[in-house]
Design a protein around this ligand. Structure first.
Ligand code: NAP
Length: 307
């Protein structure tokens, strides 16, 4: 662990699940001499204060970012531009401005025209999270062993990228550098479309007339329950993800629909081989995710079962 903190002053804007987890991990890694939290909501800020997540707290982004060498935006993707506009005049010379948003190209496009040329804008996305929200939901180990993708543009200062890389490593993550557009395409299929499918299947089940709602709840362990965890994710965050990653999501959804039609046809024509082949390939994908340390091999996600 370093003797001197990586940054004299860090400001996190947005004290929700991700912002509060960054705050906890910053404290754990002793990465900041002084940590400030900004949140537009007095209730959220009060909760963060009660949890003792930082050294100082502000409702306004302009006061909160003054003197910070790193400003980390942890607000919904649709709120990045308004925060950027408010804080821009108060940013310190040479400050690194980054974010944790789930979409990268739109965040860069929203922030870059607003920020002064004396700061380094390096968008980022920790590929870690849960379905919960708010400061109480965060935890320091959220980023341990998880990927954090940084999407610097070609002109950004390399030493700033190196420093932000060291920051995420200090939070426990492994850092990958990627082009923003490629990030959005990859995350569309690994995260955004799966969330849309979960929202849709839970919505369809709750709208069914022939099956009662109580039956949906009662027999949920037959697969449905695992979709409900994802479909309980924050509505504001996910609305913003779909509105801001429209092209990549629609592209992946097009492919998904074609494959679904092929499955429909296989079921209709009794093509068991096609079904068996696909299900064998997908089982192999699960095995590779476990081998890569991205999930636990325990059956049923490790839920306790009686012997
Ligand atoms: P969250 O728990 O809802 O936290 C967001 C916080 O930002 C809330 O406290 C919200 O306050 C605050 N906020 C909203 N607008 C603001 C503004 N203009 N100024 C200051 N604070 C503002 O959401 P989260 O899950 O931490 O998500 C934050 C970001 O992380 C999003 O961009 C998301 O895409 C990204 N991300 C999320 C996950 C995940 O699994 N959840 C994973 C990776 C990345 P109010 O509640 O009062 O609106």
């Amino acid at each position: 662990m370093a003797d001197t903190p990586l940054f004299d002053r860090i400001t996190i804007v947005g004290a929700g699940l991700i912002g509060s987890s960054v705050a906890r991990a910053v404290r754990r890694g002793k990465l900041a001499g002084h940590l400030t939290i900004v949140d537009a909501s007095p209730e959220v800020l009060g909760e963060a204060k009660e949890l003792g997540l930082a050294d100082s707290y502000h409702l306004g982004a302009a006061e909160g970012v003054a003197g910070a060498g790193l400003v980390m935006l942890a607000v919904p993707v649709g709120a990045m531009a308004s925060v950027g506009a408010v804080m821009a005049p108060a940013l310190m010379d040479g400050a690194i401005v980054s974010d944790v948003g789930s979409v990268k190209e739109s965040v860069f496009k929203a922030l870059s025209p607003l920020l002064p040329s004396h700061v380094h804008l390096i968008p980022g996305h920790p590929v870690a999270g849960t379905e919960q929200s708010g400061p109480g939901a965060g935890f320091a180990s959220l980023f341990d062993g998880r990927w954090c993708i940084l999407t610097p543009d070609e002109e950004v200062d390399q030493s700033a990228v190196d420093k932000l890389t060291a920051f995420w490593q200090g939070l426990g993550s492994t850092v990958e550098i990627m082009e923003a557009r490629h990030h959005d395409l990859v995350l569309a299929i690994t995260s955004h479309v799966p969330h849309l499918i979960a929202y849709n299947i839970v919505g369809t089940a709750s709208d069914l007339e022939e099956v009662t709602r109580s039956e949906v709840i009662k027999y949920s362990a037959g697969g449905f329950r695992d979709f409900t965890r994802i479909a309980a994710s924050d509505p504001t965050m996910w609305r913003d993800v779909f509105l801001n990653n429209k092209d990549a999501v629609l592209e992946m959804l097009g492919r998904f629909s074609e494959d679904l039609t092929a499955l429909q046809r296989a079921i209709r024509w009794g093509d068991g081989d096609a079904l068996f082949d696909l299900f064998s390939r997908t089982r192999e994908v699960r095995r590779r995710i476990i081998d890569a340390g991205q999930d636990d091999a325990k059956a049923d996600f490790g839920r306790p079962h009686e012997e």
